[in-house]
Design a protein around this ligand. Structure first.
Ligand code: MN
Length: 330
């Protein structure tokens, strides 16, 4: 087990496991807005493990279309306006209180446990375990399942492994270390099928391919061709009968443009622009995202810039240029 993220990792893990085991009421689980594979995987993995302990669980999340295969029918609750009075709230993969989706975060008398792997997490909650060395929040949950004394079954392992696969870019990104490979091996030993997860995650609707050709047509190489950008807006989606979800993985493809260190997909919402950033070669997408009012990880980050496209693009390129100069690429 790799504990380098937090010297008190094991201690905090045990304290959290004990509080969860000792809590007599229900346990509500939630993750961040715009949930990804790690958010949904962490909520489902933790909730199935706690259910195996006999706990009453309410996992709160809405799986985006490409992750709809993950929950069983009726397993997820989309939203809770008010938490049950006896609830404990377990928040997963959420870098900030304001990022938590579907549950009230200010209800008096509700204990909150915060498990995450974003270094910028302010360690909110009554108990928190934030371990930035972990490639995925789901990887922490593998350790939590063990600390709870729950046997890792295929049913618990599948969403956890999915979270790890999506947050490591299918074991290709720089956060794929020996520790996460060991964790994945443990999950495979529990009987989960890597091929099944891979197939489910790789499947794309026809609208995705039409959209892909249009988005590729917008590719530009600014900043002395050290950066690659692509653009999508609502009108393109409407014309192709595609959805914003079809766009999610596109930045992962353009980041492969030869000779570039930084990839940006602009999602133009009209009065604001969401930028999804990917970086390599020492460039920090996180630095750029933070400068634009967002956040994330060093190799993968994002921000919503509340400006029309031309101004948002200028702001992003300004911050990107600063970062590329900082590492000596420009
Ligand atoms: Mn994550």
């Amino acid at each position: 087990m790799n504990n380098s993220g937090d010297p008190q990792y094991q201690e905090k893990l045990i304290a959290i496991a004990n509080q969860l085991k000792n809590h007599a009421g229900c346990i509500v689980l939630a993750a961040h807005v715009d949930p990804d594979g790690d958010a949904i995987g962490s909520v489902l993995g933790a909730s199935r493990a706690l259910a195996a302990l006999g706990k009453k669980v309410i996992p709160v999340a809405v799986a985006p279309r490409y992750l709809e295969w993950m929950p069983k029918a009726g397993e997820l609750t989309p939203k809770l306006e008010v938490l049950p009075a006896d609830a404990l709230l377990l928040v997963l993969d959420s870098a900030e209180v304001t990022r938590v989706d579907g549950v009230p975060m200010n209800q008096v008398g509700i204990p909150i446990i915060n498990i995450d792997h974003h270094g910028s997490n302010p360690r909110f909650g009554d108990l928190s375990l934030v371990s930035p060395d972990k490639a995925a929040c789901a990887a922490i949950l593998t350790d939590l399942v063990a600390a709870l004394g729950v046997t890792m079954t295929a049913e618990i392992a599948e969403p956890i492994l999915t979270g790890i696969m999506t947050d490591t870019g299918f074991f290709r990104n720089s956060n794929t270390d020996a520790g996460v490979m060991h964790t994945a091996a443990e999950l495979l030993n529990a009987g989960v099928s890597l091929a099944k997860i891979n197939e489910a995650l790789s499947s794309q609707p026809r609208s995705f391919f039409k959209l892909q050709s249009e988005v590729y047509a917008t590719i530009e190489y600014p900043l002395e061709e050290k950066m690659v950008t692509a653009f999508v807006n609502g009108a393109m989606l409407e014309r192709l009968n595609a959805s914003w979800e079809d766009v999610e993985s596109l930045v992962g493809y353009i980041r492969n443009a030869e000779g570039t260190y930084l990839a940006c997909l602009y999602k133009d919402y009209g009065d604001s622009v969401k930028v999804s950033l990917r970086s390599k070669g020492g460039v920090s997408a996180q630095n750029i995202a933070i400068a634009c009012g967002g956040g994330g990880h060093v190799p993968a980050a994002g921000a919503t810039i509340n400006l029309p496209f031309a101004e948002a693009r200028a702001k992003l390129l300004f911050e990107a240029e600063k970062e590329l100069k900082r590492v000596g690429i420009l």
